[in-house]
Design a protein around this ligand. Sequence first.
Ligand SMILES: NC(=O)c1ccc[n+]([C@@H]2O[C@H](COP(=O)([O-])OP(=O)(O)OC[C@H]3O[C@@H](n4cnc5c(N)ncnc54)[C@H](OP(=O)(O)O)[C@@H]3O)[C@@H](O)[C@H]2O)c1
Length: 295
Amino acid sequence: MPSFAEAQADNAFWVLPDNYTPTFVVVGGTSGIGEGIAQALGRHTKGNVHLLIVGRHTHEFVECDLSSIANVKRVCASLVQRFPRINLLVMTAGAVDLGSNTTSEGLEKASAIVYYARWALVDGLLPSLLAAKDAGEDTRVFSVLNAGMGKPIDFDDLGLKKKSAEAKSLGTLIETGSAMATYMDYMVMSYGKRYPNIPFAHASPGAVSTPLWGRSPSLSLRITGLFIKVMFFTRAKSITQCGEHQVYALRHIPAGASWTSPEGDDFGRDRVCGGDDEAERLWAHTVEVVGAIHA
Ligand SMILES: NC(=O)c1ccc[n+]([C@@H]2O[C@H](COP(=O)([O-])OP(=O)(O)OC[C@H]3O[C@@H](n4cnc5c(N)ncnc54)[C@H](OP(=O)(O)O)[C@@H]3O)[C@@H](O)[C@H]2O)c1
């Protein structure tokens, strides 16, 4: 388990290829965990990469509201056209709220942002990810949520509309979050199975001091966030520490599916609940849902 200093020192030895300029895409890089990762990527590559930040607010970024899968598909199509080869896709975007909000596409909003959008991002950017791999370049996909911390999912409530509607307190919100963690575990498992030459990881960041709770539309979650901040004051990582550990993790993941700890270790699939059959059922559902939404 690398300490912050060890992760930082290891990242400092990152040797970039000298025969191409890698393209990195960070979805959620405008705040918190994604911002910490984007900063660490920038630091350790010394600007020798195309670093694209995908989010809602732009300066030099690629604008995209991830709660709309049609938007995600349009952005992917444009990125694939502009960048025929993409070497790294990092996804961290997410938000916390209570109750169920349904998007105009009929999805539960938090699941749309955290799960369906990420699935659609990988799917939409696959042509450029595969082209990079085929050209012999380094290629990886890294999704940060809560690896290996999930609970069994309810196949009668795929998309979490029922569960989210019941989420009126922190306790039920944690339940929804656990289900989502399993969705993400299955997502990397299924992509890893289909594209075994590319590393697909689900990472657990642990507690990180970010604006996540303070930005929630729910007043009670904003207040809860203050308590969480006090409780985890000494234990939470800063976004800089988190960024170093996550960059360490993404640099070391092997081809296929993997699951990584807050420090960046690969802990294997033992903590993933359920197996291939469940992952395939979720995959079939997702193909249908995302496929029905047109750009
Ligand atoms: N912080 C922790 O301790 C912790 C621990 C475990 C897991 N997580 C999970 O990690 C994820 C990120 O958390 P964080 O702490 O980094 O939160 P954060 O600081 O609030 O950052 C959230 C990121 O998601 C983006 N985002 C949210 N809704 C979006 C939308 N509709 N379209 C496009 N981008 C959107 C935000 O972009 P804008 O700037 O445009 O709003 C921002 O870049 C969350 O799912 C959270 O549950 C966090």
